[in-house]
Design a protein around this ligand. Sequence first.
Ligand SMILES: [Zn+2]
Length: 289
Amino acid sequence: MARREALMACPSCRHDRNYLCGRRVGCTRCNRRWSITAGTVMSGTKLPLTTWFRAMHIMTSTKQGVSAIELGRRLGVSYPTAWYLAKRLRRAMTERETRYVLGGSGPDGAPVVVEADDVYLGGERNQGSGPGGKTRMIAATERYEDGRMGHVAMRMVTGFTSRAVRAFADTCLTATVRVHTDGLKAFLAFGTPARSHVVTVSGSRRPSRQRTAPFHGLNTAIANLSTALKATHKAIALQHTSDYLGAFCWTTNRRHNMPGMIHAACRAVATSSILTRHRAYDEIPVLLG
Ligand SMILES: [Zn+2]
């Protein structure tokens, strides 16, 4: 592709016609040139683009994900390089996921309901992530009329409070969606102002094996997340958890289009923002509520 109109405006004159010259983009009006990776998570990278593409392939083609050690081994790069690369790809996916809200209409235009649940992550293997060593999150999935599962969203919260539930709803759900839960008291906050809240399962919550059963999709997604985290990470620091959740949701939400994964990952990277190495290690975790 020689031209990348609209996606990249010239940083000097905002002209939107440009040409590619190796890894650099040139403005057809003022001839300023800039790096194709400028302003994204790839900003300033010294790795060959092919290494990035291989990393995208490795990270999106396995359901369980890969550890930074394994990624480094397969790419032939050091552990810190692999870790920083994986962190930036997860961040790009996470940023992409923040642009979607659950609860629109299904492929056939039929309304979807959203099923939501409270989840504890980590536990004894993840000491230091808040009281009891556990990270709290709210997970939600869309459910179509025929029972199939749509998109999934997961966010860390400060606690299972009305305030956190409202923050989750305002961040992740449409304004008029119907939300099904198990009736946890804080979930009443899903019912305001234009959204409706229905308690559909009791506290015993015996998971049904039927694919179309209520909460089957959500329970499966939570189980898959748990398996993926255990398989690839001994313990996750709190400041990286939101990127793991974002990348997991990104991959899950694209599970029906495996051949399009690399293309989707490139799009996520192209629209991402800079993440410096320093900030990648030290930034403060984002919790709703
Ligand atoms: Zn220009």
